[in-house]
Design a protein around this ligand. Structure first.
Ligand SMILES: Nc1ncnc2c1ncn2[C@@H]1O[C@H](COP(=O)(O)OP(=O)(O)O)[C@@H](O)[C@H]1O
Ligand SMILES: [Mg+2]
Length: 397
């Protein structure tokens, strides 16, 4: 949007940024790119003047009809700017200025980020690191890079991601999930999907239409749906976030919607990433008739359909019957995967896998499930835990 505003020489443009230190170089980068497109030579490109109300004498503007530090109305400034094809950027204005064109948050563009990393990051890492830096300010990128250098001695996708996740202030309702799984036997359908289509989360931006959009995991409690989301993030080597819509609910009108919008914008900037909306049916229970819930859902559905960032949404549900069809229509969800309880052979195998993850001798019989048994993975793990405790105590005696 900022490109469009600069190209069109919109007189007053309002931007927001927490990083006022790098404000000028970020703006200058955008302006230079536009001027380059327009064929303006380097030496003819204007530099940005900064008018700061704390130091009013430092810079003055001069226009044919308006000269510097007089008190003039915004309308007359606007007119003067328009006549001379000039643009003034209003930074972090507290008031909503109706006369200014709002372009939202001022963040460095991809070319700028690439230039910034240029000498400090090995070229082979750039395709993975640049997407992680999108949505960050230059100050945040530099701070994260410096901490990664100090702690890990180099900037790699792993060190950058780990510092980024621990430093960037969290957004309400969006929680980073540690993707470690101790012992896990994957759902075969999910495993197959990941091996072919899933990897498309790493397509380049120009092909982002091919990136997977969403999965719905259905099944009774304890069948490994939430764990499945961790498995996906692990296999795709991307961060996992949990979107808790319940945390977003605010007291005031419109507050919840603003928070959800913020969380979704932040998610877009985390791409490539996986977002988990756990037990999504809860959104459609209890309070589903209220205005707030309805407008949150509308916003969520809109984002699920329209977002162009490479964010894969995983929704889990214990009861798909109460979900509205529009939630999982194609465009929002690529595939629905059923998580079944395990048959007796699978249950015994999982029990054995769990046992072998401990370095303990074995005193009790572990293939305890018999033909016809059907149990959830959660039951198997809790049975395994009980048997391991008994083995541990026997071993000690
Ligand atoms: N495929 C699996 N392999 C190993 N353990 C599993 C598996 N699925 C579930 N579990 C166990 O069951 C517990 C609950 O799983 P979870 O993913 O929370 O189930 P759901 O979300 O379907 O209710 C996990 O903490 C884990 O101990
Ligand atoms: Mg769960």
């Amino acid at each position: 949007m900022i490109y469009k505003a600069i190209r069109a020489r919109i007189p007053l443009v309002s931007v927001k940024t927490p990083d006022t230190i790098h404000l000028r170089i970020v703006l200058q980068f955008y302006i230079n790119k536009v001027l380059e497109e327009e064929g303006v030579k380097k030496r003819d490109r204007p530099t940005i003047g900064v008018f700061n109300e704390k130091e009013p004498t430092k810079y003055t503007f001069s226009f044919a009809h308006w000269d510097g530090l007089k008190t003039v109305s915004l309308h007359s400034i606007y007119e003067s700017l328009r006549e001379e094809s000039c643009t003034v950027f209003i930074i972090n204005s507290d008031d909503y200025l109706k006369i200014a064109f709002e372009v939202g948050e001022l963040l460095p563009c991809i070319d700028h980020i690439t230039q910034l990393f240029g000498e400090h990051v090995m070229a082979e890492y750039l395709p993975q690191i640049i997407p992680m830096a999108q949505g960050l300010t230059i100050k945040e990128i530099l701070d994260i890079s410096n901490i990664a250098m100090a702690e890990y001695k180099c900037i790699t996708p792993t060190s950058f991601a780990s510092v980024k996740n621990s430093c960037i202030p969290p957004v309400l309702g969006l929680n980073y999930v540690n993707p470690e799984i101790p012992c896990y036997t994957p759902n075969p359908e999910l495993k197959a999907w990941l091996e072919d289509e899933g990897q498309c989360i790493h397509v380049e931006d120009s092909l982002s239409d091919l990136a997977p959009r969403g999965l719905l995991f259905e099944g009774v409690a304890g069948t490994g749906k939430s764990l499945g989301a961790k498995y996906v993030a692990n296999e795709l080597n991307v961060p996992l976030y949990n979107l808790c819509v319940g945390e977003l609910l605010g007291k005031y009108v419109g507050e919840s919607e603003t928070r959800l919008r913020e969380a979704l914008m932040r998610l877009d900037s985390y791409a490539p990433a996986v977002v988990l909306i756990d037990e999504v049916e809860k959104l459609f229970e209890d309070d589903a008739g209220s205005n707030t819930t309805r407008s949150l859902l509308a916003l969520l559905l809109w984002w699920l359909q329209e977002h162009s960032s490479r964010v894969l949404t995983i929704m889990t549900t214990n009861n798909s019957l109460i979900l509205p069809k529009e939630l999982y229509r194609s465009g929002r969800i690529d595939r629905s995967i059923i998580f079944e309880p395990l048959n007796y052979q699978e249950a015994n195998e999982l029990l054995e896998t769990y046992r072998s993850s401990f370095d303990l001798p074995r005193y009790y019989k572990y293939d305890i499930y018999k033909d016809g048994d059907s149990v959830t993975a959660a039951d198997v793990i809790s049975t395994g835990k009980r048997l391991m405790r008994l083995d541990y105590l026997t071993d000690r005696d």
